[in-house]
Write a protein that binds this ligand. Structure first.
Ligand SMILES: [Zn+2]
Length: 114
């Protein structure tokens, strides 16, 4: 348990929790941005649900702890310690499409590094 919270804290420090909103605030979603080298994908998250394997198989099916993505989300939102990006609906759609097709969004990484 200790280890995964440590990891979640490190993820927050590395700015892996990103909040995307549209200019009028009508859409607002949180993403977990995976590290470039790791085998993990980007995930769309909130405090209650994640679409990753660990969440579904360990948390939902075995009633274990939530995944590291949710833990990072909880840590980040506790202190508003996340990256905020305001994007058009079109840009947001491009990012989500990349995540669902490739597992990671290159566009999001470009925006975060610029
Ligand atoms: Zn997860």
């Amino acid at each position: 348990m200790w280890r995964s919270w440590k990891r979640a804290e490190a993820d927050v420090k590395e700015g892996r929790i990103v909040k995307l909103t549209t200019p009028d605030g009508s859409i607002s979603i949180y993403l977990y941005v995976a590290s470039e080298r790791g085998r993990h994908n980007d995930h769309v998250i909130n405090g209650k649900h994640c679409d990753c394997e660990s969440f579904l198989f360990n948390h939902v099916l075995k009633e274990g702890e939530p995944c590291v993505h949710i833990k990072a989300f909880l840590k980040a939102t506790e202190g508003e310690n996340y990256v905020k990006l305001v994007l058009s609906k079109t840009e947001l759609k491009e990012i989500l499409t990349e995540i669902y097709v490739y597992g990671k969004s290159l566009k999001l990484r470009k925006l975060l590094s610029s």
